[in-house]
Design a protein around this ligand. Structure first.
Ligand SMILES: NC(=O)c1ccc[n+]([C@@H]2O[C@H](COP(=O)([O-])OP(=O)(O)OC[C@H]3O[C@@H](n4cnc5c(N)ncnc54)[C@H](O)[C@@H]3O)[C@@H](O)[C@H]2O)c1
Length: 368
């Protein structure tokens, strides 16, 4: 495949790692990146090492603008991922350093109030856009897709979102995306993403799938500071919490909750889009997919092994369970970003073949 010029929207915990992992893959050139305060664009290829060094421990992950205040009226380029506004003195939590937060701390970064529009303006020379943006406002990513389509972008867009309800919002915009020539790959991180694809593969032994069980383990000690956005989103899945309460929590409240659980949070029946993505690929009913897992923010070791088990019936009447297991040494970052870039490449292959619209990870695997 020819070289793929790609952009990353959002250089938080996930976006930074996407850039890093891309350096270990053939045929991928990062040409643009943005966060809420800044943008870096170089069509001959960004200096990824410099960008990563400048943003190390310095992610613009809070909901504030560059001045450290939450805009009174949210603009198109504003999405609140909650909480950090409650941090004393503003500044978006521990990782943000005032006006130098995030990409603007890089020599390649420029401050801007319209980071996403700045990338859209350059999108003619971009083959693929990976959205590593916050997802607590569920229509944010679909709205960003719409903006690229309205600007007649032709290329791939890919997200690593988690929540089931976002898929329908993208499907609602499918005609617009198709008209523009966009191949949108949704839910293409670890779960949903890697593990959804694994389930689609594991299902191939069967003619009927009864149940898909996804059970994940993540140890995040060294990556905790870089993944606070993701941890906050996960908290919304705990009993007694929802998206609104998770968004409204201060960093201190999150710390207190984590202390209460000795750093280990266990989740059951999570609203992860693996369910709707497997249903839309015709593999099983969404209600037969169960996602849960254990997150340990105080240890790098996984608290449990990540597995995908698919139970079904073969053509000759046997009932069995195929299980796909990740090695405990593979980190969350490896299992989100490797697959995201792999699905990005699959998206580009499809886009260049003229296949436009919304695709889930299971749609890019053998059919069922
Ligand atoms: N599918 C999976 O397995 C999986 C795993 C982990 C995380 N995720 C998802 O990845 C996404 C990112 O998570 P994270 O931990 O990197 O979050 P984060 O908070 O660390 O980073 C978010 C980034 O987006 C930027 N941003 C926010 N609003 C913006 C705007 N309006 N314009 C431009 N940039 C903006 C921020 O500045 C920051 O750089 C989340 O949606 C999360 O659910 C998915």
């Amino acid at each position: 495949m020819d070289d793929i010029r790609f952009a990353v929207l959002g250089t938080g915990g996930i976006g930074r790692r996407t850039l890093e992992v891309s350096q270990h893959k053939d045929g991928l050139t990062a040409v643009a990146a943005c966060d809420r305060n800044g943008v870096a664009i170089d069509h001959s290829g960004l200096d990824v090492d410099e960008l990563l060094e400048a943003t190390e421990g310095n992610i613009a992950s809070g909901p504030e603008d560059a001045s450290g205040t939450t805009p009174a009226t949210p603009t198109d380029d504003y999405a609140s991922d909650g909480g950090a506004a409650a941090v004393e003195g503003g500044g978006g939590g521990v990782k943000q350093h005032g006006e130098q937060a995030g990409i603007v701390a890089s020599s390649q970064g420029e401050p801007t109030d319209t980071p996403i529009d700045d990338i859209i303006a350059e999108s003619d020379a971009i083959d693929a856009v990976l959205l590593a943006l916050p997802n607590l406002e569920h229509d944010f990513i679909p709205r960003v897709a719409e903006r690229f389509a309205e600007a007649d972008y032709e290329g791939v867009m890919i997200d690593v979102l988690k929540r089931s309800r976002v898929i329908g919002m993208l499907d609602d915009r499918e005609d617009l995306l198709k008209e523009s020539g966009i191949t949108f790959v949704c839910g293409a991180g670890a779960t949903p993403g890697f593990l959804t694809g694994a389930a689609a593969l594991a299902a191939q032994s069967f003619v009927e799938v009864e149940e898909v069980e996804i059970w994940w383990g993540v140890g995040l000690k060294s990556g905790y500071e870089d993944n606070r956005g993701t941890v906050r989103e996960d908290i919304a899945h705990l009993d007694g919490y929802d998206i609104a309460t998770a968004r409204g929590m201060s960093e201190e409240e999150i710390e207190a909750l984590i202390d209460e659980h000795d750093g280990v949070l266990e989740f059951h029946d999570m609203e992860h889009a693996d369910d709707v993505l497997l249903e839309r690929a015709g593999i099983c009913d969404a209600e037969d997919v169960h996602v849960g897992g254990v997150l340990d923010v105080r240890s790098d070791e996984k608290p449990t092994t990540t597995t995908v088990s698919v139970t079904g019936t073969t053509f000759d009447g046997e009932t069995g369970t195929n299980t796909f297991e990740l090695d405990d040494v593979t980190s969350m970052e490896a299992n989100v970003n490797g697959p995201a870039l792999g699905y990005l490449k699959a998206g580009v292959r499809n886009n260049r073949a003229g296949h436009y619209g919304v695709f889930g990870p299971a749609d890019l695997m053998p059919g069922f």
